[in-house]
Every structure is written in structure tokens, then in C-alpha cells.
Design a protein around this ligand. Structure first.
Ligand code: NAI
Ligand code: MG
Length: 335
């Protein structure tokens, strides 16, 4: 039986990396039925809607999507498609494992961090208004419900994955009420997990601590904004944004997507690294209990990195997106 997956190729480098990943997944022997949709500016041109109704319905039916990046204009334009989908399907947990790929040397070997980012509120609710010309307000919304839910997710995951330590990252010294509530909820949940060490670090110091010594952390629990920023920082440990996968997880639905954006600077040139989306697809395969296929893809990927012959430019190679995908396909076929 085929797995029905909603597929959002996105824009910028999205279609290139998505095409590569779909091609690789189809060599695993698993059957997929892709329901493909445009979103964002591209969808607006075609359907006069940024998120077409059919796309919502497809995700509602399948409860599973693989998504490329979608450009969000700075300033005016339309609200972020990513934020909208995460809110709409209550994808409250953003799971981002930061782990070195065997074979790829970086300045920080053997990093193994897990970032858990709250995905539905904080400053990303997008409630901004102009009070008077020259003065705007942006609301930071933190609720006990969402803070407790994300802390519970983090600790449940830690227990299941045998992780040892969670640090809640905050700025409660300044934002006493909002980040204060986030911490209060995390502390409360932590009480139920005596075997997991719980700590709290202020976000600016955390950035410095991470760069000095990422090995001091095991799991990071962050609100939406800090989680967004610190994820990109941590991506650098393992080779950059071309590597790091992500999952947006809710009670019913899951959307898998890379941490990176649409990378307009390299779009359409066959140079983007599809590894981040491919590793997101590996998370998706595990989510639907296709462990064997997930291992197959991961092993093939690691083989290509270990051989170092067909890597993309962001990780020091000179191959294109397609050639890299070909190499992974070949490694799967030869396994
Ligand atoms: P970006 O993540 O697209 O790019 C940052 C840098 O990393 C660029 O130099 C880019 O070339 C490089 N990079 C990113 N992915 C890469 C890959 N797979 N292979 C090789 N190099 C890669 O961030 P930027 O430029 O700030 O944002 C561009 C657009 O993407 C914005 O409109 C933003 O709103 C959107 N965005 C969308 C996301 C999503 O759909 N989930 C997430 C983040 C940003
Ligand atoms: Mg981001």
C-alpha cells in the first residue's frame, strides 16, 4: 500500500531539493502517492490564495506532509506560510536534531544536540500594529498551555531517547512575565523527570556557550523566536543549513521540512544541498514506521559523505544537486 503524502515543493531552492529527495525516496522500494501543491506567492498567482483550500484538505486527510521552503516577503506582503501551517494544524513542537554526519568533517566533530522549539506562539503570532506613526507594538504571547505542552514533549522525548539533560533557554531577567511563565511551566514538568538534569540558561549567554563548547548541552528547550535563531547557529556545528532536518509535530499531523529557507542567492543553479530535506524525509520515514527504508537512505547518505567524491559546494565539494542525488540513488541501489 502506498503512503499518501502531501508534497509542498516550495520556491527558491525548494523545487530542486524536493525533486532530488522524491527521486531518492522512490528508490527505497516504499510506495508513495504524492499530492503536490504550490504555496505562497506561486500559489497566489495560480489560485489567488496563498494556501489553496485543496492543500489544507490534503494535509487534513493525509496528516503527513513533506515541505520545501517557502519565501516570506520582508515588510509587507503576506504572512508566513510556515507560521500559518504550523498554527492551523497545531504543529506545536519543532524537532531539530543537530548531529554530525559521519564522513563530513566540520570545526566541531561529534556534536549531538536536540533542539525543541515551541512552534505556535511567542512573537511569531504576528500581532503587530502601529500605535501612532513612528511607534509600533508587537505582541509576545506566551501561554501556560503551550509552554507546558512543549516542555512535556521535550521531557517525553528525552526519556524515550535516553537523553540526559535539558536546558530551557530564556530571557526571563528582562521579560519577567512571558519568559517567566515559560520557565515556570518547564520547571513544573521537569519535576516529573528526576532522571533528567534540568537547567536554565539566558539566551545571549547560551549563544556564546554554544560556540565555546557545544558539548556542554544535550537538549535545548526554547520558545519560538529563540528557537528559530539558535537553530541556525547550531546548524553551523554540523556543516551548515544544507544539513539540518526538522519536523513540525502536532497531536495528529506532522510536516517535515529542513531548517533552511528558500536560499534565493543560490536558487535555480543546481547547487543547493538536498541533505537537509533528505534527512527530514528520513525523520518522516521513521514517523510512519518505515525504519528499514529510513536506515537505507541514511546509510546511503553517509556513504556518499564518507567517499567525499560527490558533495555539494556548501560542504566543500563541487557537485550539483542532481549529481549528489544520483550518487545517493546509486548507493541505495548498490547496498
Ligand atoms: P536561507 O536559509 O534561505 O539561506 C541562508 C544561507 O544558507 C544562504 O546563504 C543560503 O544559500 C544557504 N543555504 C540555505 N539552504 C541551503 C542548502 N540547502 N544548500 C546550500 N546552501 C543553503 O535564509 P534566508 O536567505 O534568510 O531566507 C530566504 C527566504 O526563506 C526568506 O524569504 C525566509 O522567509 C524564507 N524561509 C523559509 C523557511 C521555511 O519555508 N521553512 C525557513 C527559513 C526561511
Ligand atoms: Mg529559521
Amino acid at each position: 500500500k502506498a503512503h499518501k503524502v502531501t508534497l509542498i515543493p516550495g520556491d527558491g531552492i525548494g523545487p530542486e531539493v524536493t525533486e532530488a529527495v522524491v527521486r531518492i525516496l522512490e528508490t527505497t522500494g516504499i510506495k508513495f502517492e504524492w499530492e503536490r501543491f504550490a504555496a505562497g506567492a506561486e500559489a497566489f498567482e495560480k489560485h489567488k490564495e496563498y494556501i489553496p483550500k485543496e492543500l489544507y484538505e490534503s494535509i487534513e486527510r493525509n496528516k503527513l506532509a513533506l515541505k520545501g521552503p517557502v519565501t516570506t516577503p520582508v515588510g509587507g506582503g503576506f504572512p508566513s506560510i510556515n507560521v500559518t501551517l504550523r498554527k492551523k494544524f497545531e504543529l506545536y513542537a519543532n524537532f531539530r536534531p543537530i548531529k554530525n554526519l559521519p564522513g563530513l568533517e566540520t570545526r566541531y566533530p561529534n556534536v549531538d544536540l536536540v533542539i525543541i522549539r515551541e512552534n505556535t506562539e511567542d512573537l511569531y503570532v504576528g500581532l503587530e500594529h502601529e500605535v501612532v506613526p513612528g511607534v509600533v507594538e508587537s505582541l509576545k504571547v506566551i501561554t501556560a498551555k503551550a509552554s507546558t505542552r512543549i516542555a512535556q514533549f521535550a521531557f517525553d522525548y528525552a526519556r524515550k531517547a535516553n537523553r540526559k539533560k535539558i536546558h530551557a533557554i530564556h530571557k526571563a531577567n528582562i521579560m519577567k512575565l512571558s519568559d517567566g511563565l515559560f520557565l515556570k511551566c518547564a520547571r513544573e514538568v521537569a519535576k516529573g523527570f528526576p532522571e533528567i538534569t534540568y537547567g536554565e540558561h539566558i539566551v545571549d549567554n547560551t549563544c556564546m556557550q554554544l560556540v565555546m563548547n557545544p558539548y556542554q548541552y544535550d537538549m535545548l528547550l526554547l520558545g519560538n523566536l529563540y528557537g528559530d535563531i539558535v537553530s541556525d547557529l547550531c546548524a553551523a556545528f554540523v556543516g551548515g543549513l544544507g544539513l539540518v532536518p526538522g519536523a513540525n509535530l502536532g497531536v495528529e499531523t506532522a510536516i517535515f521540512e529542513a531548517v533552511h529557507g528558500s536560499a534565493p542567492d543560490i536558487a535555480g543553479k543546481d547547487i543547493a544541498n538536498p541533505t537537509a530535506l533528505l534527512q527530514s524525509a528520513v525523520l518522516m520515514l521513521r514517523h510512519i514506521d518505515e525504519e528499514e527504508a529510513a536506515d537505507k537512505v541514511q546509510e546511503a547518505l553517509e556513504k556518499v559523505y564518507t567517499e567525499k567524491k560527490t558533495l555539494t559546494r556548501d560542504v566543500g565539494g563541487s557537485s550539483g544537486t542532481k549529481a549528489f542525488a544520483d550518487a545517493v540513488v546509486k548507493a541505495i541501489e548498490e547496498a
